[in-house]
Design a binder for this molecule. Structure first.
Ligand code: 13P
Ligand code: SF4
Length: 311
């Protein structure tokens, strides 16, 4: 890339020329969120993909998000700036092992978090995101036997708030699973008026001390509308960009993870998406997300079921 190039201007120009839309998750770098046409949580990104009339979708997020877009829009070109942007939660649920788990529990409804591969979604009855998991689980009669995968923390949280006894797959997100109650309590002592905001992928003991548990968009809405001026944010720190933008005079304190050895509350997969890679991706229309047709034909059903319930 030539040194004097203004990446943001060039990226926007190519979007117009190619009738492309850039979609970004809240965990991506601030510059990516600023250049995107649409920034959202996992549910909003899937809803947007289902309705866009763009010819090309550039998904700035992790691989399963691009796959979801491709499954919903098989005739569109779906690009992503770095195919290596995977997700530890999706990886904690290998398809073969999950298939064996499902087969070992016949007559169960299979509810899968959107953070799964297309192949795992193909084994699923209905997909959920952290925005609609409670609503979708509660749409089934109370005695329905349910398998919930792959996030044990989100599944455990939904079990607690709904009184269900869903069977949980033992997966987790490496970023959310490592937040520490002790460190949050230390921050709380230093900022006694701060509200604690936590994503439901965090461990139960972290969720127990939170003032608000919710998806990225729910946490965002809460901090903008709540009268508190300080917030301790227990999720991936990329969300602070949009929080600070929505409430410029409020203070947002990113919660530290458990170990000092890992000083980072960032998802390294999301951070693989850079402006340079986005520029090249649009310019060369590469790399492209591909999903096997037979898998996509199965995986589209539970995704569409989710979208129909969350309208
Ligand atoms: P949201 O659905 O809240 O955007 O979360 C996605 C995600 O990857 C959380 O780690
Ligand atoms: Fe996956 Fe965790 Fe990164 Fe979200 S934060 S994309 S769940 S690894």
């Amino acid at each position: 890339i030539a040194k004097n190039i203004d990446l943001k201007t060039e990226i926007r120009r190519m979007c117009q020329e190619k009738k492309a839309i850039i979609m970004a998750h809240y965990y991506t770098q601030g510059a990516i969120q600023e250049v995107a046409d649409f920034v959202g949580d996992s549910l909003a990104l899937a809803q947007k993909a289902a309705t866009t009339d763009a010819d090309i979708i550039v998904m700035c997020g992790v691989h399963f998000m691009g796959e979801t877009n491709k499954i919903l829009c098989p005739d569109k070109k779906v690009l992503t700036p770095d195919l290596n942007a995977s997700c530890s939660l999706a990886e904690s649920c290998p398809t073969d092992a999950f298939k064996a788990f499902v087969e070992a529990h016949p007559n169960h409804t299979v509810v899968s978090y959107v953070n799964t591969t297309a192949a795992t979604k193909a084994l699923t009855d209905v997909v959920v995101t952290s925005s609609n998991a409670q609503q979708i689980v509660e749409s089934f009669p109370k005695d329905t036997p349910i398998i919930f995968g792959p996030d044990r923390n989100l599944g455990g949280y939904i079990n607690r708030i709904t009184g269900r006894k869903m069977l949980l797959w033992d997966g987790a997100c490496h970023v959310h699973d490592r937040f520490s109650v002790d460190k949050i309590m230390t921050l709380k002592a230093e900022h006694p008026h701060a509200k604690v905001l936590a994503h439901p992928e965090c461990k139960a003991e972290v969720l127990d001390i939170a003032d608000k548990v919710g998806s990225t968009s729910a946490l965002l809405k809460y901090c903008i509308t709540n009268e508190a001026q300080e917030f301790i944010v227990v999720t991936e720190s990329g969300i602070l960009h949009e929080m600070q933008k929505g409430a410029p005079h409020k203070t947002f304190i990113p919660a530290p993870p458990d170990s000092d050895a890992c000083a980072c509350n960032e998802c390294e997969h999301m951070k693989l998406i850079t402006m340079e890679k986005l520029y090249n991706c649009l310019k060369y229309e590469y790399p492209e997300i591909e999903v096997d047709e037979a898998i996509a034909a199965q995986a589209v059903k539970p995704i569409e079921r989710m979208l129909a319930i969350s309208k």
